[in-house]
Design a protein around this ligand. Structure first.
Ligand code: NDP
Length: 244
């Protein structure tokens, strides 16, 4: 596995999949840079990684602000001299029926789930081109290919992540790798963003029936990063065995 020494920046690393990915990659010798809004969580994560002999740094990040994302990537380079991988992971999932017109939540999902990824690409692409190498790992969802009632807008944002990952891959393939990871139901704090209490209760109940730990997705991400430079794992879909 070609992970040792790589510099990997991860957005949305204060919980769930991002946090598990930071821990997993650091344990395999990557130098990780973690970003999110909850800095106390990031600080504790970095301390923990360092205590276990890993290398890590954190920076406050709101992916809806283009300048923040640019500074986050710049910070990784300042800190570790280069950037090998950007994991565009930050996301929200406030599920609701469209007829409830939760327009502000739709906007928030567009801002975080789509524009946040685009800002990540805008920040790292010139750097990857200058380095002559780099990898984007964009986290979508099985919702990037399946739409259910209540997931319409969330799925639309993840369809977008899948589309822009594929377009980017075709455009920059050669020296820059683009990997899409589509998780199924995974343990995390994602359901916390559901504002409708009844919806949250039923989703959480449903989730408990079939769920995998965040580390399962972290391993898939590590698999894609760990391939030799001429191998680009384009898409990985990782579901609990029992998820339909
Ligand atoms: P969590 O809620 O545990 O993690 C989401 C992360 O995103 C947090 O670290 C949060 O940090 C961060 N985040 C949210 N808004 C912003 C923002 N504006 N700027 C920076 N960071 C932000 O959920 P998951 O780990 O599950 O989610 C990670 C990704 O996986 C998401 O893209 C999600 O859509 C995807 N996914 C998850 C699935 C699941 O079942 N868990 C299934 C399919 C896909 P903070 O609040 O500190 O900013």
């Amino acid at each position: 596995m070609e992970i040792q020494g790589k510099v990997v920046a991860i957005t949305g690393a204060s919980s769930g999949i991002g946090e598990a990915t930071a821990r997993g990659l650091a344990a395999q010798g990557a130098r990780v840079v973690v970003g999110a809004r909850r800095t106390a969580r990031l600080e504790a994560l970095v301390e923990d990684i360092r205590r276990q002999g890993g290398e890590a740094a954190y920076r406050q990040l709101d992916v809806t602000r283009r300048e923040d994302v640019r500074s986050f990537v710049g910070f990784a380079v300042e800190r570790f001299g280069r950037l090998d991988v950007l994991v565009n992971n930050a996301g929200l999932m406030p599920l609701s029926l469209m007829e409830h017109l939760k327009v502000e939540e739709w906007e928030r999902m567009v801002d975080v789930n789509i524009k946040g990824v685009l800002y990540g690409i805008a920040a790292a692409l010139p750097l990857f081109k200058a380095q002559g190498s780099g990898q984007f790992v964009n986290i979508s969802s099985v919702g990037d290919r399946v739409v259910l009632p209540t997931s319409t807008v969330y799925s639309a944002t993840k369809f977008a992540v899948r589309a822009l990952s594929e377009g980017l891959r075709q455009e920059v393939g050669g020296s820059i790798r683009v990997t899409l990871v589509a998780p199924g139901v995974t343990e995390s704090e994602l359901a916390e963003s559901i504002s409708d209490p009844e919806m949250k209760r039923s989703v959480v109940e449903d989730l408990r029936k079939s769920i995998i730990p965040a580390d399962a997705i972290a391993r898939a991400i590590a698999f894609a990063i760990g391939q030799p430079a001429d191998v680009d794992v384009n898409e990985l879909v990782v579901r609990p065995t029992s998820q339909t």
